[in-house]
Design a protein around this ligand. Structure first.
Ligand code: ADP
Length: 500
């Protein structure tokens, strides 16, 4: 870490994190009913940043009551779609004015390089603008029914009510925004519980919601832990919907809890995405793509291209060039302009990743490069070097379980049918990458891989207009795009009118 290349903490971000933080309920910043607080840490140094009020059941009860009231009565309930759109657009402008601050807050708390957190923060205004457009465009239909008499039948798309959002730590501000923009655009109210590791940027969004003029109770943000605040939200009988991004294990638990009052559920869960490199690919581009597919965000992405299938005739060269490529990544603080690989989120996560490296080697994989990063300047942070495991079999633990770290599991393949079969041998179905210059091959593979997102000669691209989500145990429902507002944040009512 060099002093000259360090970017100082943005003064507004420094001011924001200099004070203890509260919960945001019914338009006010308040302490937790229990008075409890928890610490949030800087993963690059292990130092405490500040303390956060720790929400629990009573706080969730208050937030849900506020969200219910705002949904049923008051200015939000009677607001016209174009007025809602204007509020969302105003909020988007405010976020845009504060992108640097939001990125700095996320880098401080999440550790990733500013380039990454700036991209995350920059996605927020675009997402809100996209969904602001939907506010005035969600329509019903007139249905030509064949029933006797003169009957007029039409449908309305109505909001669901109080929507809970539970977000993870691996893209703090942008995933929080996904739990807010779509539901708000069609008139729902929201209670968001951000991840306990990264609540700060969500609380900064709360301030911007106030500044934009959102009525009290429309947005509530209650930091706290999963088994307490999270579980209270998911079990709450007055919550109509839960949108969750996180692990498959917790996703299944949420589905069970949501059954209590049959909440609608959308889940964006884990992945074990295949990345298929064909021998005819643009070699240099494929190398960059393979590395980016897994190393972006230090591998802490559910879409990460963790299982790298390389066609046998180029396998040895490709893996050896990939090792050299990954050695160019520079580990360090996200505030160092030269850093290209940040720390993992926590000591727990680092130990989990290192444990997988041990398991992989015990099961016969060969670690060609990577592992624990223990150089003295990084010793207090949670760093793991870009790691390449070769001799991996798809049935091994490291090829089946989500590692959530910068770990590439390389496997050779001979032909397309074989690679499709192996790539699909997983419980997950979130993302997939394909590198080839053969157009027919690209589309054949894209159709055959069972996953919600496929990238050809690129990776990790996203846009508010394009749906995102998982096949199989990677999720239910979609975020982004028309599917999100229409299928997951509105419900259809059929109205029958006798005109005789
Ligand atoms: P990770 O293992 O990556 O931290 P989790 O799935 O545990 O992912 O957490 C994602 C989000 O889900 C966080 O906001 C966390 O607090 C929340 N969470 C964890 N357990 C539960 C639970 N039992 N009920 C509701 N939310 C939970």
């Amino acid at each position: 870490m060099s002093v000259e290349t360090m970017i100082p903490l943005n003064s507004k971000a420094a001011k924001f994190v200099s004070t203890p933080k509260q919960l945001f309920i019914n338009g006010k910043f308040v302490d937790a009913v229990s008075g409890k607080r928890f610490e949030t840490l800087n993963p690059a140094t292990g130092e405490v940043i500040t303390t956060i009020a720790e929400g629990d059941k009573e706080d969730i009860d208050r937030a849900v009551a506020a969200a219910r009231k705002a949904f049923e009565e008051g200015p939000w309930a009677s607001m016209k779609p174009n007025e809602r759109a204007r509020l969302l657009l105003k909020f988007a402008d405010l976020v845009e004015e504060n992108i640097e601050e939001l990125a700095h807050i996320d880098t401080l708390e999440f550790g990733q390089p500013l380039a990454t957190t700036t991209a995350f923060a920059s996605s927020v205004p675009e997402l809100f603008r996209y969904y602001a457009g939907w506010a005035t465009k969600v329509t019903g239909e007139t249905i030509p029914v064949s029933t006797p008499g003169t009957i007029f039948n039409y449908t309305r798309r109505e909001p669901l009510g109080v929507c809970a959002g539970i977000s993870p730590w691996n893209a703090p501000v942008s995933v929080a925004a996904m739990k807010l923009a779509a539901p708000l655009s069609v008139g729902n109210t929201v209670v968001l519980k951000p991840a306990e590791q990264t609540p700060l940027s969500s609380l900064r969004l709360a301030e911007l919601f106030v500044e934009a003029g959102f009525p009290d109770g429309v947005v509530n943000i209650v930091p706290g832990f999963g088994p307490t605040a999270g579980a209270a939200l998911v079990n709450h009988p007055d919550v109509d919907k839960v949108a969750f991004t996180g692990s498959t294990v917790v996703g299944k638990e949420i589905m069970r809890s949501a059954a209590g009052n049959l909440k609608k559920v959308t889940l964006e869960l884990g992945g074990k995405s295949p990345h298929i490199i064909c021998a005819d690919a643009d070699y240099e581009k494929a190398l960059a793509n393979a590395a980016f597919g897994i190393l972006f965000n230090s591998g802490q992405v559910c879409f990460a291209g963790t299982r790298l299938f390389v066609e046998k005739k180029i396998y040895d060269n490709f893996v050896s060039d990939l090792i050299n490529y990954t050695k160019k990544y520079k580990l360090g603080s996200g505030f160092d302009a030269t850093t290209t690989l940040g720390p993992l989120i926590s000591e727990k996560q680092k130990n989990r990743v290192l444990n997988y490296l041990d398991i992989g080697q015990q099961e016969g994989a060969e670690m060609l490069v990577g592992g624990n990063a223990v150089s003295s300047d990084l010793a207090n942070g949670y760093f793991v070097k870009p790691t390449v495991l070769a001799n991996v079999q798809n049935t091994m633990t490291v090829a089946q379980e989500e590692i959530f770290g910068p770990v590439i599991c390389a496997m050779p393949f001979d032909d397309l049918d074989e690679v499709v079969k192996t790539a699909n041998e997983t419980y997950y179905g979130l993302g997939a990458g394909i590198c080839t210059t053969d157009l027919r091959k690209a589309h054949k593979l894209a159709h055959a891989i069972k996953s919600g997102n496929v990238w050809v000669n690129t990776y990790h691209l996203m846009d508010p207009a394009s749906p995102m989500g998982g096949y199989k145990q990677s999720g239910i429902g979609r975020e982004n795009g028309a599917a999100s507002v229409l299928d997951t944040y509105t419900q259809i009512k059929s109205v029958w009118v006798d005109l005789d």
